[in-house]
Design a protein around this ligand. Structure first.
Ligand SMILES: [Zn+2]
Length: 190
């Protein structure tokens, strides 16, 4: 996942599908989805290269000008909700428990409105689920890898978590397959 505000046009890509290599600028822009995700595809064979996430930041300081008191209040409530959500989210490897030695294959599961990261039946982390939260999957996977290093062999989404994780955005499937290949070297199935 590349954030739009990063220098995504200069980022180097090598296509898994063919031998094409090039930069984000040379990729083919695919579909824009919900004004949030844009797929970048290989110009030669159309394989998904990356998903560009458009900045979630809403406007700049000036955008508050001209808002009514009611709108400002709504904006504050929204910011507060966002802050509360962030607080519940995994942000550092220190928040994760130490686990007994040996290889780890963790599960990404969903229970009611919570994402649960499980080691077998043991929940080692839980946080609020986000619809089409496959970008969140990447962030969590990176923190898990930071904590457990090469012992971590895979992060596997459970069947019941998939609908919410992938949502209606088809490239999310390919994106997560690619991510698990890159992080863990696994050839996962959909
Ligand atoms: Zn290609």
């Amino acid at each position: 996942m590349t954030i739009y505000s990063e220098e995504w046009m200069k980022k180097a890509y090598i296509c898994n599908g063919c031998s094409w290599s090039g930069t984000g600028a040379e990729s083919t822009r695919g579909h824009m989805y919900r004004g949030k995700f844009l797929d970048l595809n290989c110009p030669t064979c159309s394989e998904l290269l990356d998903v560009l996430m458009l900045s979630a930041k809403k406007g700049c300081a000036h955008s508050l000008e001209g808002l009514t008191e009611e709108q400002l209040k709504a904006k504050e409530d929204e910011d507060e909700q966002e802050r509360q959500y962030r607080e519940k989210c995994l942000s550092s490897a220190d928040q994760l428990p130490n686990l007994p030695d040996g290889d780890l294959t963790l599960n990404w599961d969903m229970e009611q409105d919570q994402i649960q990261i499980k080691n077998g039946e043991t929940v080692i982390w839980s946080e609020p689920a986000v619809y089409e939260g496959f970008d969140r999957f990447e962030q969590v996977a990176l923190i898990l890898k930071e904590k457990y290093g090469t012992r971590l062999k895979d992060l596997v989404p459970t069947e019941r978590s998939k609908l919410f994780l992938y949502g209606d955005y088809e490239p999310s499937l390919t994106f997560l397959i690619k991510l698990r290949k890159e992080l863990f070297g696994v050839d996962a199935e959909y």
